[in-house]
Design a protein around this ligand. Structure first.
Ligand code: PLP
Length: 431
């Protein structure tokens, strides 16, 4: 089929707007009459810096990121690399805070061995990273923390499988979360791409405490927003770090964005020296995962794919052009599309079983099973995918680890695409 004939519901990489790709195809051959394509120009050229700065500014504007307090960086780690980067950098920041407290306690003249000994005690006694596990991706992030640090430092604050017969599909009540005191980070995945579970809103138990002047410190919250960023308003100031790969709602595979609270970067917080971390038995990041290095170099510590940043920038410009009220406008459309698709599924409970609990249904990844006589039916699911594809509705097969059907309703799916899928869902049920 041609591009115009299909609506692609794949979970990522996702479809990109055709007009963005048409412009991108031109600039690959010749960027702005320079005779050289965008992927050929130096990442150190002025035009590359302009592309980075514009994309940062447009992201900041679209999401209303408080620019005075947050740094936006482009990295190449992928979401998976950020699982590690968040651990390394926030353990470093935690040690830096403890170091300052120990020096204060022992006095500026204390000898180094005493400082290290006091720090080691604090590390062994107090260092904890909290994970809220609600699906396959937060599970992977948790496993990476255990792999890098050792299980003694990593706390499962909540695991959705314990309240749902060993399966994902719910979010444990926040009152049951076992949060550590002064955790180096509290981690969660805002939208679980594989399991179709999305936090309906920011978990209030993690909100900043808000001292009298409203600036009180809260937990160090980290969120993976790889598969729902740009689709709804984010209360950015509640986070210490949020990150997302580009390949769903932002652009094409190859660039990852981290939004980092500036107080975790120099001059407020400086990563401890490698020598000190070694004495404490804690890891240091590879240099290309160290946020302060990437931030200091405006994302250009090493060679960055400017083409990928360009695509992300064009997607952001299109969003800003389309929605005068920015992310709120896109949010309304995303909700409308999701509700049309869920309504079609809900209309036929004799055929479809939606995987997650109603209270945590993802607007981005709509996961369901096709049943016959109340049981999941492999043949019926295969037929669903095949017949849908024959009508131009492609990419609907569920993740290999869970099976079933998954309709990824990212920003590039037009309203008509969601409506077409809903019509198909109803027609298939009747047939
Ligand atoms: N986090 C989420 C929510 C994802 O959906 C994915 C990938 O699909 C990842 C992390 C991993 O991203 P990457 O493949 O870029 O490492």
């Amino acid at each position: 089929p041609t591009r115009a004939e299909i609506t692609y519901f794949g979970a990522g990489p996702a479809a990109l707007p055709t007009d963005v790709l048409e412009t991108a195809a031109q600039v690959l051959l010749d960027y702005n009459g320079t005779g050289l394509g965008i992927a050929e120009h130096s990442h150190r050229s002025e035009l590359a810096t302009n592309i980075i700065n514009e994309a940062k500014a447009d992201l900041t504007s679209y999401l209303d990121i408080p620019a005075a307090d947050y740094e936006v960086v482009f990295m190449q780690a992928g979401g998976t690399g950020e699982f590690a980067a968040s651990v390394y950098n926030l353990v470093g920041a935690w040690v830096a805070r403890q170091h300052a407290a120990v020096v204060k306690e022992l006095g500026a003249g204390a000898d180094e061995a005493a400082v290290v000994a006091a720090l080691r005690t604090r590390v062994e006694r107090d260092l904890k990273l909290d994970y809220i596990i609600t699906g396959g991706w937060s599970l992977k992030a948790y496993q990476e923390a255990v792999r890098l640090l050792g299980p003694e430092y990593v706390n499962v604050a909540a695991d959705a499988r314990t309240i749902n017969d060993g399966k994902f599909g719910k979010i444990p009540d926040q009152s049951t979360w076992k949060l550590s005191k002064d955790a180096a980070l509290v981690y969660y995945c805002d939208n679980e791409t594989v399991d179709g579970v999305e936090f309906p809103e920011f978990p209030s138990v993690l909100a900043p405490k808000g001292g009298e002047d409203g600036t009180g410190d809260g937990p160090v919250v980290v969120a993976d927003m790889s598969s729902n960023i740009l689709s709804r308003r984010v209360p950015v100031s509640n986070y210490s770090l949020l990150f997302f790969g580009a390949q769903k709602n932002l652009g094409c595979t190859g660039v990852t964005v981290a939004v980092i609270k500036k107080s975790l970067l120099p001059p407020t917080t400086t990563q401890p020296s490698p020598a000190l971390m070694r004495k404490l038995g804690l890891p240091i990041p590879p240099i290309m995962l160290q946020y302060e290095t990437i931030a200091k170099n405006n994302s250009l510590y090493n060679t960055l794919s400017i083409f990928d940043v360009y695509i992300a920038g064009q997607v952001l410009k299109k969003l800003l052009r389309t929605f005068p009220d920015k992310v709120d406008g896109q949010q309304a459309v995303a909700e409308k599309k999701a509700s049309i698709i869920y309504a079609a599924l809900d209309a036929h409970p004799e055929v479809y079983r939606i995987v997650p609990d109603k209270s945590v249904r993802s607007r981005m990844n709509i996961c369901f099973r096709v049943t016959k006589n109340g049981n999941v039916d492999d043949e019926a699911e295969k037929a669903f995918v095949k017949e849908a594809a024959s009508q131009g509705l492609t990419g609907l097969k569920g993740h290999r680890s869970v099976g079933g059907i998954r309709a990824s309703n990212y920003n590039s799916i037009p309203l008509e695409g969601a409506e077409k899928l809903a019509r198909f869902i109803k027609a298939f049920a009747k047939a």
